[in-house]
Design a protein around this ligand. Structure first.
Ligand code: PEP
Ligand code: MG
Length: 771
């Protein structure tokens, strides 16, 4: 019977919908399942149900055989029993060809291999999907139906995508299963003496900084917390006051040394934390409080303990996570003071071997004193993701896992560890299988990195020569070196709030000038786009008296704060203009919503120029731009274009304001969709306005670093992207395989779609078919 065209269309749409829902459910299943067997069984049940087939089976490669590991439709007794050679039967044929095998009436196919009591005789169609993880085949999924059935192209494509997703799930489920079995055997648990739970050879934590590290553990001794300091009988208040004054001086010198060490290793921004320690050590209120207790007859150590603990507790109670994390700084200062009392100066901690450092918590001075070159990874029991240790680990690119409960109790020095921070796991004394697997992954990763290295000095161009510009998003001084390492063509977004956040008071004009000019000098002959202070929302400055707001993201933030704090704003703009004498600088204002703000910002720029001219500065032309981060800016773009030279799309905020979904709230994460048609249509509007008005348009939100979004954005006509540096190679590699016409066609197609899910599926399919 001939079906009308629309029937096929509906059917295709239905298959696509079902496919997507199945993919989502499979992801959830892995989280709920216990062990490989159950996971695989759940998956075959789900796929058979959704694809309306009577049978679905998964075979896994095990020592050069394909072993049936889960089935719905074949006899349950066959599980573990059916084992085929790598080219035996239709399963082997799928494995051998590594491609989809679609066969009607399988029993008459020359490669059909009948296994007694398997129930295979019941089925009249066969679809084999290879499961492979990167280059390696890991198994085959087979779908069978009782009635002869022709699988549509959409069904095959969906099942291929499911197979793709399944591969990584099977792979990790396989690993986990092996791990659980291995660690349950007493021989593998060298930890037994240390741990109360002999099966726990894996600990879980949260991501601090992504990456995999392998190596022996190095335990940092639990430092003497301020609260644990014992007491002694003071000789006299005068002697104690003198000892205390000496200890403060020693602590100051030590802090200066730490600041210098970190400034040399990482840059001024990272060292700024010690500058604020120094300010605290000079704080009269703090010092007087301690002195008062000493005068009351307490020993100096107890007085320090008392006052510092009070400060630590106050910080810990604070609502703002940034300030809460500053409790660690107070502890660190307290410890340095006490060390000064006992005449101990702390020295650089030389790691005897390259190691994964395990500690309860690392105070800023611990991380400053560690021998960074030998830290392979970092495992912390504490979970402050804004803590200094994590900030430095990110700057140094050290894979870091935080919030690992019981790490120092369960891990012995020297024991072998594998840290996989992206998946939140820490393997202790891993089984050979796990180790081999990670070694292979590391090798693959290194090969991939080496392969990608070739892109460093290559331009970002499509296969047929359309060039795009890939700039970097940066925040800390240490990001400059990273951006250079990845061959960034300049900076599309320099977030200046980070140097502000790392200090204990507003950095003055001179300090800012020094920081900005060293960034600008890091990119000779390239453009550096400096954004003025963007605080408020989730980012507040510790020394800033900010109002308590019900809706901080809709409140006093970003350029609104700058315009209200005119002196601070003026100093920052003067510093940026001064830095423009060192290279090619663009200046931009964040979160602009109306014309008056732009005019007011330009007035401050004019005043800054006047001031500088009066001081003898010759400032070159600095193009001015605004960030498009709120829906109003999209609608006002044509008017804004009368006043500015360029626009920057800040999609991180734009998406949250367009879709009313807080960018940091996991509960509404699924509403925050970069490929929502409304987001793409807003971007398309900006491409059209800026094209017509001859203004620059750069996109600097995170979505530009996502290859799927990137492909669509290039197709939509965007030519300037500011991304996280490590994504540059991958984007260049992908772009080089595609033609601009294909990308334009893709963009035109997805712009017609009405759901983010459909758009994502379409672009995923496009990228898969383009290799
Ligand atoms: C943005 O909102 O997309 C952006 C780049 O700014 P930030 O992430 O700093 O808010
Ligand atoms: Mg923003």
């Amino acid at each position: 019977m001939v079906q009308p065209q629309s029937f096929y269309d509906n059917d295709d749409a239905k298959h696509e919908r079902i496919g997507l829902a199945t993919l989502e459910d499979i992801s959830k299943l892995i989280l709920q399942s216990r062990g490989l067997e159950q996971t695989l069984l759940n998956i075959v049940r789900l796929v058979a149900d959704r694809m309306e087939t009577e049978a679905c089976s998964i075979y896994l490669c095990e020592e050069d055989r394909l072993v049936l590991r889960a089935t719905i439709g074949l006899s349950p007794e066959s599980v573990g029993r059916i084992s085929l050679g790598l080219s035996e039967g239709l399963i082997g044929y799928t494995a051998e060809t590594r491609s989809v095998v679609n066969v009607g009436e399988p029993q008459s196919h020359p490669r059909f291999h009948y296994v007694v009591n398997s129930n295979e005789e019941l089925y009249h169609s066969f679809l084999g999907i290879p499961l492979s993880d990167r280059q390696r085949l890991i198994g085959v999924m087979a779908i069978q139906t009782v009635e002869p059935r022709e699988f549509s192209a959409i069904e095959i494509s969906t099942l291929t995508t499911i197979g793709f997703q399944l591969s990584s799930i099977v792979h990790s489920a396989h690993l986990m299963d092996r791990l659980q079995r291995d660690s349950a055997t007493p021989s593998s648990s060298a930890l037994a003496s240390k741990t109360t739970d002999p099966t726990s050879a894996m600990l879980k934590g949260e991501l601090g900084f992504g990456g995999v590290a392998m190596g022996p553990a190095y335990l940092i001794d639990e430092h003497l917390g301020v609260a644990e300091i014992g007491d002694y009988c003071p000789v006299s208040p005068d002697v104690e006051l003198e000892r205390f004054a000496e200890a403060v001086e020693k602590a100051k010198i030590e802090t200066l040394c730490l600041e210098k060490r970190i400034a040399q290793k990482l840059g001024e921004d990272d060292a700024a934390i010690f500058h604020s320690h120094l300010m605290i050590l000079q704080d009269r209120v703090l010092i007087d409080k301690i002195r008062l207790l000493i005068q009351d007859g307490r020993s100096a150590t107890v007085a320090i303990k008392h006052v510092i603990s009070e400060y630590v507790e106050t910080f810990r109670q604070m609502e703002d996570p940034y300030l809460r994390d500053r409790a660690t700084d107070m502890e660190d200062i307290g410890r340095r003071l006490v060390a000064g009392m006992c005449g101990q100066a702390r020295e650089v901690i030389q790691l005897p071997y390259a190691a994964i450092v395990v500690a309860k918590q690392l105070l800023p001075s611990d991380i400053a004193l560690l021998d960074h070159a030998r830290i392979l990874g970092l495992v912390l029991e504490a979970s402050d993701s804004n803590g200094h240790a994590v900030i430095v680990a990110k700057s140094l690119g050290i894979p870091t896992l935080i919030g690992v409960a019981g790490a120092t109790r369960r891990i012995e020095a020297g024991v072998e560890l594998i840290l996989d921070s992206a998946s939140g796991s820490l393997h202790i004394q891993p089984a050979d299988e796990i180790r081999r697997e990670y070694q292979r992954l590391e090798l693959d990763g290194r090969r991939q990195q080496a392969e990608l290295q070739q892109y460093k000095d290559r331009a970002a161009v499509t296969l047929d020569g359309t060039k795009v510009k890939l700039l970097a998003n940066i925040g800390l001084l240490s990001d400059v070196a990273i951006a250079q390492q990845y061959g960034a063509e300049g900076v599309g977004l320099y977030r200046t709030e980070l140097p502000y956040m790392a200090r204990s008071s507003f950095p003055d004009r001179q300090t800012q000038y020094q920081i900005y000019s060293s960034v600008v000098e890091g990119f000779p002959n390239q453009t550096v786009t400096i954004r003025t202070l963007d605080i408020g929302g989730d980012k507040m400055l510790p020394y800033f008296d900010a109002p308590k707001e019900l809706n901080p993201f809709l409140g006093w933030r970003s350029v609104r704060v700058s315009l209200d704090q005119r002196e601070m704003f003026l100093a920052q703009i003067e510093a940026v203009l001064m830095a423009a004498t060192h290279g090619d600088v663009r200046l931009m204002f964040p979160m602009v919503t109306n014309m008056e703000e732009i005019i007011a910002c330009k007035e401050v720029v004019a005043e800054a120029k006047q001031n500088l001219a009066a001081q003898g500065w010759e400032i070159p032309n600095v193009p001015l731009g605004v960030m498009v981060e709120v829906p109003a800016a999209i609608m006002m773009a044509d008017h804004f274009a009368d006043e500015v030279d360029f626009f920057a799309l800040g999609t991180n905020d734009l998406i949250q304001y367009l879709l009313a979904a807080d960018r940091g709230n996991p509960a509404v994460h699924h509403y925050y969709d970069s490929l929502h048609p409304a987001v793409l249509s807003a971007i398309a509007h900006m491409v059209s306005v800026t094209g017509r008005r001859g203004k620059g348009l750069c996109i600097c939100g995170e979505m530009a670093s996502d290859p799927e979004c990137f492909a669509i954005l290039v197709g939509m006509g965007l030519r300037e992207f500011s991304v996280s540096s490590p994504s540059i190679f991958e984007l260049k590699a992908m772009l080089g395989k595609l033609k601009i016409d294909q990308l334009c066609e893709l963009a035109a197609d997805v712009l017609k779609l009405s759901s983010g899910k459909q758009i994502r599926a379409q672009v995923a399919k496009f990228l898969q078919s383009s290799g």
